[in-house]
Write a protein that binds this ligand. Structure first.
Ligand code: AMP
Length: 230
């Protein structure tokens, strides 16, 4: 999670939903924003992958759905996220990555967070052809989940330098599944942009350029919404 100390970190907490097509860089950026604001990065994809790995009932149920690039049913996801947001570390704020993905999930999130609602929804905007390229080259550590690109010299020996795990291509990052996931995004998730736009919560952030540049744009949005400590 985060090394930052919420009692000394000058940045205020934030309740952020980060959206964007698969491969837009949500995970990478959400980790950094979470560290800087000392709030947990809550990735429903990571939670489901952990459940698959642990062989829990949820994992067994989710695996085939995830491999096909389809969506796990709303009621399952709403239950998982509702529980996670009650944990002590989420009381100062959170970055939700991968949830909500449907209007039903967004409505449930609004109900769950009625007392402390979402501050901002960020869409990381990256064109389709760029995300297809990025996803095809993406390698994910099968142990700690760190994301690399296939040609990254750090993983030339096939070993994750962070934990000794193995960087692999996720089944859902293979070509057919990528195209299907992008279709599912357009059909089920893109309508949320209009939903959050109408609520005045949506900020669109250019997701192209270096990770540092994108991060700086994101922090500017956070500061504008929840206050810059500087
Ligand atoms: P991600 O890592 O966010 O791309 O998620 C990987 C897969 O997990 C997705 O393709 C879905 O099958 C499943 N998943 C993650 N989050 C959700 C969600 N909020 N609703 C439904 N399915 C989800």
């Amino acid at each position: 999670m985060t090394d930052a100390d919420p009692t000394t970190d000058p940045r205020p907490g934030v309740r952020m939903v980060i959206m964007g097509r698969q491969g837009a860089g949500k995970g990478t950026q959400a980790v950094r924003v979470g560290e800087t604001c000392a709030v947990p990065h809550i990735s429903t994809g990571d939670m489901l992958r952990a459940a698959v790995k642990a062989g829990t009932e949820l994992g067994l149920r989710a695996k085939a759905i995830m491999d096909a690039g389809d969506l796990v049913p709303d009621e399952v996801m709403i239950g998982i996220v509702g529980e996670r947001l009650q944990q002590p570390d989420a009381q100062r704020g959170w970055i939700l990555d991968g949830f909500p993905r449907t209007v039903g999930q967004a409505e449930a999130l609004a109900a769950i967070t009625a007392e402390a609602p979402v501050d901002v929804v960020v869409e990381l905007v990256v064109p389709n052809e760029v995300v297809v390229e990025r996803l095809s080259a993406r390698r994910t550590c099968d142990s700690c989940g760190t994301i690399y690109t296939a040609d990254d010299p750090e993983i030339a020996d096939g070993v994750c330098p962070k934990c000794g795990g193995t960087p692999v291509q996720r089944d859902d990052d293979k070509p057919d599944a990528i195209l299907h996931r992008l279709e599912v995004y357009e059909r089920d998730t893109a309508p949320l942009l209009g939903h959050y736009g109408a609520l005045g919560l949506l900020e669109q952030v250019d997701g192209l350029g270096s990770a540092d540049d994108v991060f700086a744009r994101l922090l500017a949005v956070v500061d504008a919404r929840v206050g810059d400590p500087a």
